[in-house]
Each structure stands twice: as structure tokens, then as C-alpha cells.
Design a protein around this ligand. Structure first.
Ligand code: ADP
Ligand code: GN1
Ligand code: MG
Length: 363
């Protein structure tokens, strides 16, 4: 729960009217704070009166101060490039976070006239989501890689994620290993995928550049005219490959069913959604993507989805210590959805690759 002391420590305009829990993020605790409107220089215009406050999850982010410094640098850089996204609201003592007891809190201006989605059917909005990710990556290409703070080491190192999964199986903390025999077999039989992108990075055929690394659907803001606004959730902006950003977006946007769907029979990839997102993304990134990267776009969806499934299973085994859950089976459901999604992509791999190839050759 957010304390009054936390709210009053930030330099908010107006008087606090309302405080409520907000959003569906799996990691931080997010609140929407509404304050009274204040007329701006006697004009009718009002200044921002909604704020997002978050307690930073310290199980996940070990050094909140460095994390916030990173976000401060990146958001300043982005706004210099006319990319308006998260805007930090400082404390009354001019700091970019507030430490209350042992918890670190931060505040952002609420991005008005825009929203995030949990699922989406409108193909034009999906195309805009591709544009949003492409625009972010294109601008971040010039950001110095060595200035980025690694907030979670090996975040998208799938082989390390596999090791962590195997360690969780060995610990078998909640005695649940026997319930996931099929899932274990599936993950192990698919582990050869993990070296594809990792090898490319080592051989330098796949570039390491500043990427977002958490491009799921509800980290993309779309405005009231259905146009892309920006990406949010900047906790994992680190050196990475655009392949994971592309793959994670498809994992969450083109999925038929919910991320934690109970009815696995409906899980599939929606080809029209895949097409629209890819079209939007490539319309921005076509000159900034290598042939090697294009060739691995479909692999990237498989790899990132397998990686997520391993992470959900690891958390299921460990007792839900990482991702927020509504019930003790939710991480298992999420993992199973991912596995079914991978099966469907494998079935449709040629079709998906043809869609990308045709799009490229039309240019
Ligand atoms: P988590 O790290 O837990 O995923 P996020 O930073 O993604 O948390 O925030 C959770 C949700 O809150 C987002 O999906 C989005 O809907 C909303 N949100 C976050 N920041 C803002 C903002 N500045 N303006 C408007 N909505 C926001
Ligand atoms: C988390 O924080 P959120 O909900 O935007 C996670 C991602 C996972 C995603 C799965 C820092 O994203 O890596 O892909 O859940 N973020 C972190 O839905 O671990
Ligand atoms: Mg998020």
C-alpha cells in the first residue's frame, strides 16, 4: 500500500483527490494519483493533474538508484529527440526517487489522452504498435551503449534462463516438479533454439544495440486517435537485440487467447495481427535491420516465448516470488499458453516467413 508520506514527498501540483491501484504490470506496484486541477497562467488550460507512482520491485531490481539514473538519462535523451514518453516527477527535495523505510518510490506524469491495451483486435492499432516499437528503437540507435546500466544481468540470455529453470527443478521448493513433466520435456527438446540468437550476437552478425527488452502489449501507449504515442516501462532498457523486442511484441499482440488462458485449445497465432504489426514495424525499421536479423524474426518469437515460459515455470516452482500472480496456478497457465503458442508458430513457420519475405520484396 502507498503511504501518505510517500505521496506528499513528491512535488505534485494541486491537492490530492484520489489514489488507486492501477494497471496490470507483473512487476512493480503502480498507483494512479489524481490531484485538483490548477489553471495555467489564468488560461483555461490546466496543468497535468494525474500522476503514476510506483514502488520499485527490489526482488527484481537490485539497485533502484542506478535504475532511476538510467531512466533519467534515457528519458532526457528521448525528449531531446522529440520522443515524449515517461517524464519523471521529482521529489520536493529535487530527487528522482523517494526512499520510504526500505522501499524506493518514483513518480511519472500520467500520459494523458492515451491508453494501453491488454488485448487488441483493431489491425490499424496493431500496425501503430509496430510503428511505436520501430520509432523507439530507431531513436535509441544513437544512444551510447556504454552509458546504459544493466538493470537485470542476462535478462534475455535464454541459456542462462534454462539453467535457472533447471536449478528450480532441483530445488523443487513447492514439491511441484511432478506436475510439469510434459512442460519440462517440451522445454528441453526445444533448447537448441536458444543458441541461434546467442551465436549471432557472439559472431556479431546480430547487433547489440540499446533496446527496450519488455515490449509487451501493455507497455505501448496508443492515443485517442488510435495513433502510436510511445513505449513506457523503461526498467529494462539495456544493450540487446531488436529481435527480442520484435518477438515479445508478437508474443503478446498476435496471441489468440489471454496470456494465462485456461482453454488451451484456442491458443494460436493470429496471422492478420502478425501481418499488421510486422508491416508497421518494418515501415520504420526497414533501413535499420540487417538481413540476418530479418531471417531470424520468426525464430525470435519462438525463443522469447520459450524464455517466458521457462521464467513462468521457474516462478511457479519457486512459489511466485518474481511475477505478480492472482492465484498459485497462474504462472503455470502462463507457461502452458506460451508452450502452445510455440507449437502453433512451429506449425505455421513457413507461412509466417513468407509474409515477412513478401513484405520485404514489395519494398
Ligand atoms: P510494470 O513494470 O509492473 O509492468 P509499468 O511501468 O508497465 O509496470 O506500469 C503498469 C501499467 O501502468 C502500464 O501497463 C500502463 O497501463 C500504466 N502506466 C505506467 N506508466 C504510465 C504513465 N506514465 N502514464 C499512463 N499510464 C501509465
Ligand atoms: C514482465 O513488467 P511487465 O508486466 O511489463 C516482465 C517481462 C515479461 C512479462 C511477461 C522486468 O513485464 O520480462 O516478459 O512480464 N518484466 C520484467 O508478461 O521481468
Ligand atoms: Mg509493464
Amino acid at each position: 500500500m502507498i503511504q501518505k508520506k510517500v505521496i506528499s514527498s513528491f512535488a505534485l501540483l494541486g491537492v490530492v483527490l484520489d489514489i488507486k491501484k492501477y494497471g496490470n504490470g507483473h512487476i512493480n506496484e503502480t498507483y494512479l494519483i489524481t490531484t485538483s486541477k490548477i489553471p495555467y497562467l489564468n488560461q483555461e488550460k490546466t496543468i497535468c493533474n494525474r500522476y503514476i507512482m510506483q514502488s520499485i520491485n527490489q526482488h527484481v531490481f537490485k539497485n533502484p538508484k542506478k535504475l532511476m539514473k538510467n531512466i533519467d538519462l534515457v528519458t532526457t535523451y528521448l525528449s531531446q529527440k522529440n520522443y515524449h514518453s515517461l517524464e519523471i516527477v521529482k521529489t520536493k527535495k529535487n530527487k528522482i526517487y523517494y526512499k520510504h523505510h526500505k522501499t524506493y518510490w518514483r513518480c511519472y506524469k500520467f500520459i494523458e489522452n492515451a491508453r494501453t491495451y491488454e488485448t487488441i483486435d483493431d489491425l490499424l492499432i496493431i500496425e501503430q504498435m509496430g510503428i511505436a516499437i520501430g520509432q523507439f528503437e530507431k531513436i535509441m540507435l544513437d544512444y551510447p551503449l556504454d552509458k546504459l546500466y544493466i538493470s537485470i544481468p542476462n535478462f534475455h540470455n535464454s541459456s542462462k534462463r534454462l539453467e535457472q529453470f533447471i536449478q528450480a527443478l532441483r530445488r523443487n521448493k513447492r514439491q511441484l516438479k511432478h506436475t510439469i513433466r510434459k512442460e519440462i520435456r517440451f522445454i528441453l527438446s526445444h533448447s537448441p533454439y536458444f543458441s541461434i540468437i546467442e551465436k549471432g550476437i557472439i559472431n556479431k552478425t546480430i547487433r547489440l544495440i540499446p533496446t527496450h527488452n519488455d515490449t509487451k502489449i501493455n507497455n505501448i501507449m496508443i492515443d485517442n486517435n488510435n495513433k502510436s504515442v510511445c513505449l513506457i516501462d523503461f526498467d529494462t532498457i539495456m544493450p540487446g537485440t531488436i529481435l527480442y523486442d520484435y518477438g515479445d511484441a508478437i508474443r503478446s499482440i498476435a496471441l489468440i487467447g489471454k496470456e494465462d488462458e485456461i482453454d488451451l485449445s484456442i491458443i494460436d497465432i493470429d496471422l492478420t495481427k502478425f501481418h499488421s504489426f510486422t508491416k508497421g514495424y518494418l515501415s520504420i525499421m526497414e533501413d535499420n535491420i540487417t538481413n540476418e536479423e530479418i531471417n531470424h524474426l520468426v525464430d525470435s518469437i519462438i525463443i522469447i516465448t520459450l524464455e517466458c515460459s521457462m521464467r513462468f515455470l521457474t516462478d511457479y516452482l519457486d512459489g511466485d516470488v518474481y511475477f505478480h500472480v492472482d492465484d498459485p496456478m497462474q504462472n503455470l497457465r502462463r507457461a502452458r499458453v506460451g508452450i502452445k503458442f510455440v507449437k502453433k508458430i512451429e506449425e505455421k513457420k513457413e507461412q509466417l516467413e513468407k509474409i515477412i519475405f513478401d513484405m520485404k520484396s514489395k519494398k
